[in-house]
Design a protein around this ligand. Structure first.
Ligand code: ATP
Ligand code: MG
Length: 297
């Protein structure tokens, strides 16, 4: 194969991962000559180009060395690893990217009396992920028929061609619309940065390292929240115990109220309503959760 000196990233041409993947790469300081309808986008500035393809093709493009990196769902990456055959080199998940979150789950018709995986014994299960499903069934010691479908898996039980399905679920709306009930989660998935097991030994390796550093910075800022709240000194300990992970909070006095403190904490991830309600119950008030725009520690 002809040697390349530019790093090449494969990503989904058109689908759920396209916009967030492009956005992430742009935040990493990469820009590409516009040709969204084409397969190849030339990188301006940095020696990094894009290949726009169907998400299913991304792992094999990396395995073949056509691309160095890929942005793809963990579900697609892991399925490839399980079904690619021994001659295919193992791929690595370099970073979880925090978007495209979903789970690969078993779902059964509402009327199916399901109490656990053993109830799948002897059934037919429709899926687009035969490798992941077979591995899970093996782990659970269940013998079931795996029926591989490329799409519209959720209608198989209604058509009478399958007893259960194993499919991606995000909100669960599709399952409900098809009178199905989610029973077991096989895999928690999100978009990941995938690569060949060994990084390229030439200058592409240096660019990869630089890109990973930028990516880590971008992900850290994107996932950081600044939590501001007021608490009394008496409830400070209880409030602090409930704070989502992150560095030590900063405490500031409140003018004219010696008993009160203003607390500022950098949180590593999303702060949910439930967490806020718990913190409030512990004695906090005047709570704000702010996104972080830039960070230089
Ligand atoms: P392509 O034409 O590239 O093959 P596709 O139809 O296979 O597209 P999408 O439906 O765009 O792919 O999904 C891409 C990825 O988005 C999935 O592999 C999965 O990782 C993630 N994803 C997140 N939520 C969902 C969901 N509710 N259903 C399907 N995929 C989801
Ligand atoms: Mg696909």
């Amino acid at each position: 194969m002809k040697e390349r000196d530019r790093l090449r990233i494969a990503m989904q041409k058109s689908g759920r991962l396209t916009e967030p993947a492009l956005d992430l790469l742009q935040r990493c300081g990469l820009s590409f000559r516009q040709s969204r309808d084409k397969l190849f986008c030339f990188g301006e500035g940095e020696p990094v180009d894009l290949l726009l393809v169907r998400d299913d093709d991304i792992p094999s493009l990396i395995a073949q060395g056509v691309c160095d990196l890929g942005i793809v769902g963990r579900n697609v990456l892991n399925e490839f690893q399980l079904t690619a055959g021994e001659e295919s080199p193992p791929l690595a998940e370099l970073r979880p990217l925090g978007f495209g979150r979903c789970r690969l789950s078993i779902a059964v018709p509402q009327e199916f009396e399901y109490q656990g995986p053993q109830h799948l014994e002897g059934t037919r299960i429709a899926t687009s992920y035969p490798g992941l499903l077979a591995a899970w069934l093996r782990e659970k010691g269940v013998n079931a028929g795996v029926m591989t479908l490329a799409g519209s898996v959720e209608i198989a039980p209604r058509l009478g061609t399958a007893d259960a399905i194993c499919d991606l679920v995000q909100s669960g709306g599709t399952l409900v619309a098809n009178q199905l009930r989610e029973t077991d989660v096989l895999l928690e998935s999100e978009a990941v940065l995938a690569a060949a097991g060994a990084p390229p030994a030439d200058e592409r390796g240096d660019m990869l390292e630089l890109l990973l550093k930028r990516l880590d910075g971008v992900i850290q800022v994107r996932e950081s929240r600044l939590l501001l709240l007021q608490t009394s000194r008496q409830t400070l300990e209880a409030v602090t115990r409930l704070l989502p992970g992150g560095p030590q909070p900063t405490l500031m006095p409140v003018a004219g109220q010696p008993d009160q403190l203003m607390l500022q904490a950098l949180c590593a991830g999303e702060v949910s309503w439930r967490q806020l309600e718990e913190i409030k119950k512990a004695g906090a008030r005047e709570m704000f959760v702010l996104p972080v725009e830039k960070m230089l520690a």
